[in-house]
Design a protein around this ligand. Structure first.
Ligand code: GLN
Length: 518
């Protein structure tokens, strides 16, 4: 019989429910359990692809070209595995398929309702996933209107399959009041009550807090939450989220789960993560400054390589600066990453940063839009193509060195229609990129609509080994996949997203090479 670990949240979002879920899954995997994961997002978007990174954090792209919530990135990094679109379910997907079924006449005259039709669709999707233990994280907090139907479906599933096969962990927050020097458990008590009103009583309450919570407060949580004191687990803030699997293991969380679910577990645990960090200053030039999560996978790639996280610099602030001022702003940084992005806001600031890095020979890595802007900067400042641009930002540019891919021109809908997911490319021998990869074939994840306009602007480019002051194409598919320049410690632009493939203990080689150059 398959078992389930269900993770719900209370009080606040953004307290690390995703990290907890990924860490639980990792610990279970370590002790020999065949584990799989599912993130449920109760929002109505069909996927995260159309959501603004400023509000919702980065869009994570899977190998199979799904534009996912960034929590799927935690799962990949923590579990060292590649997930797919089936590991994420949104309310949008569920309702869309129910309504499509209804329009196809497949409900045979019945009145289509939340219960049982929507709940059945949710259960069907859960049951289509493999794994002896399925860790399901329900996004948002209990009490959210959108989330209720998922709690109901899972309550029903637990009735169908037997409550003994389910372990419910409720992750909440206990604030600390400085003025009275005490921890406040009331919000946690209330969120546990909301959960119980949905017909689910937790097996464990995970108390997140700023600092360690005292036993008397934790006892209160146990009492009001209806769990034993033993099953209240306090996870206080840490500077390094990769500690969490180790913390959970040391607290015996896997044993508590195994006991309830009657799982056979081994006594093995090896979890290596970076603990000391090199102190290099790296600037990530981007425009999504609303949340640190907007560039999550890039920041984590650097951190997992054992370096302090980059500082995100606002490209719109660089925009109106003279070369001198750009230099003043960037001079203390050892390396620069030019972030991916969409739309014209901030691009001139990124181009200024690229010019500085190219001329002053500062290591620079351009990712997706970052690479396209490297081509534009080179066209303008080396080739002398005044006004060179991408047609994304200037449809009338005299030098459209970046242009929309032919196959994209007929597409009208915005959701899920870019060139997405793992795509094959050839890495050209003799390039810096080839030295980094050590092979000529690789798949990398993509998410773009525009491409380098090689056919029209062949003059700007050369291939490895050729002479001249040109951009070297170092990887290609049907499109230009990567560029670099000679006589520079590291000036590499890639059309794809290496950041999505970094895992704990296995950072993408491009980041390692960039950091080595630094
Ligand atoms: N806006 C660019 C394009 O669509 C780059 C996209 C990106 O950086 N992910 O091609």
């Amino acid at each position: 019989m398959r078992k389930y670990v269900i993770v719900t949240g209370g009080v606040l979002s953004g307290i690390g429910k995703g990290i907890f879920s990924a860490s639980v899954a990792r610990v279970l995997k370590e002790v020999g359990v065949n584990v799989n994961v599912l993130k449920i997002d109760p929002y109505l978007n069909v996927d995260a692809g159309t959501m603004n990174p400023n509000q919702h954090g980065e869009v994570f792209v899977t190998d199979d070209g799904y534009e996912a919530d960034l929590d799927l990135g935690h799962y990949e990094r923590f579990l060292g595995m590649n997930v797919s679109r089936r590991n994420n379910m949104t309310a949008g997907q569920v309702y869309l398929s129910v309504i499509e079924r209804e329009r196809e006449g497949k409900y045979l005259g019945t009145t289509v309702q939340m219960v049982p039709h929507v709940t059945e669709e949710i259960k069907r999707r859960i049951e289509s996933l493999e794994g002896d233990v399925l860790v399901i994280e329900i996004g948002g907090t209990v009490g959210d209107i959108e989330g209720e139907i998922f709690l109901e479906a899972i309550r029903e599933l637990a009735l169908d399959k037997g409550r003994e096969n389910f372990f419910f962990a409720h992750v909440t927050y206990v604030p600390y009041l400085r003025t009275t020097n005490e921890f406040k458990t009331k919000p946690t008590q209330q969120s546990a009550q909301i959960l119980m009103k949905s017909g689910i009583s937790p097996d464990m309450i995970v108390v997140r807090s700023e600092k360690p919570v005292n036993d008397s407060a934790l006892k209160k949580v146990a009492l009001f939450g209806g769990v034993s004191f033993d099953n209240v687990v306090n996870l206080f803030d840490t500077n390094n989220v990769y500690e969490v699997p180790e913390v959970l293991y040391n607290l015996g969380v896997h044993e508590k789960i195994a006991k309830k679910l009657n799982l056979k577990i081994e006594n093995s645990f090896s979890w290596e993560y970076p603990k000391v960090f090199k102190n290099k200053k790296i600037a990530l030039v981007g425009k999504y400054l609303g949340t640190d999560d907007a560039y999550k996978s890039i920041l984590e790639s650097i951190f997992l390589a054992g370096y302090r996280k980059p500082v995100v610099l606002d490209s719109t602030e660089l925009e109106d600066m003279s070369d001198e001022e750009v230099k003043e702003t960037l001079k203390d940084y050892d390396g620069i990453i030019i972030a991916p992005g969409f739309g014209r806001r901030g691009i001139e600031g990124k181009i200024g940063a690229i010019k500085y890095a190219r001329e002053k020979k500062v290591p620079v890595l351009g990712i997706c839009l970052g690479m396209q802007l490297m081509v534009i900067e080179f066209a303008r400042n080396v080739m002398g193509y005044e006004g060179a641009n991408s047609t994304e930002f200037d449809p009338d540019t005299p030098y459209p060195v970046v242009d929309m891919m032919e196959e994209q021109k007929k597409i009208l809908k915005l959701g899920g229609t870019m060139r997405l997911g793992a795509q094959w490319m050839e890495i050209l021998k003799g390039s810096k990129l080839y030295k980094i990869y050590g092979k000529t074939q690789e798949h990398e994840r993509h998410r773009h609509r525009y491409e380098v306009n090689y056919e029209k602007f062949k003059d700007m480019f050369k291939f490895p080994g050729e002479e001249g002051n040109r951009l070297t194409i170092s990887a290609k598919s049907e499109f230009v996949e990567a560029i670099e320049i000679d006589n520079h410690p590291f000036f590499v632009g890639v059309q794809f997203h290496p950041e999505y493939r970094s895992k704990v203990g296995n950072v993408h080689p491009l980041f390692k090479a960039f950091l080595e150059a630094i």
